[in-house]
Design a protein around this ligand. Sequence first.
Ligand code: KIV
Length: 264
Amino acid sequence: MTKISINDLVKWKQEGRKFATLTAYDASFAQLFESQEIPVLLVGDSLGMVLHGATSTLPVTVEDVAYHTRCVRAGSPNCLLLADMPFMSFATPEQACHNAAQLMRSGANMVKIEGGDWLIDTVKMLTERAIPVCAHLGLTPQSVNIFGGFKIQGKEQDKADRMVRDALALQEAGAQMIVLECIPKELAARITEVCDIPVIGIGAGNVTDGQILVMHDMFGISANYMPKFSKNFLSETGDMRKAVSLYKEEVEKQLFPDEAHTIA
Ligand code: KIV
């Protein structure tokens, strides 16, 4: 795989070419994903749930994400590597700069932060200081205690309109990518349409520019819980490389997620 940059993703968006992405946490899987030409990997704070067995992402630290970012970068030198900013690591713009720098030094190409327009100053400060930002909207798992559970977001018209405004404001502030999690397909289509930057969905239908799955869900090996929008590609193929290749193919052809894996 040739080295992937944000410019490739913007070009693919303009061409209407869909792309598959995955979470990754270690060098061996990162190498396997690179061998199957997965262009974008995310060291998600989901590591708290799928690696550490926690019931939420809240206990994850910057040191945890930095450690796994180094591992993934070692296995996949060419992917565009996103690293998650964990809970409370970006409570102020200054804190965000300090912690994001640690993730960039660990090998990330971009950091991902959960939240809406309250992050505008943070996004501006990071991008002005050469740290690319991916904004994460919808079901932002770090807010599980505000939401009262892992629940679909943006179903009401006013909340949907607000999410569209947030996406545009974050793009205006300098965000170069957006992740949309667990929102209605129509809302995901609206945001993908109005934004010039690439939009990646999870539980948001097959309408976004890219898709992401937690790798353990894609292999059907997550400890306690399998989200309805996820699919076990390993059971169909019986081989990890083939599972990744099938996932990539189905995303690129917009076959995944199908109606059965679309939640609203
Ligand atoms: O932490 C994570 O893995 C994520 C993805 C689900 C987008 O944020």
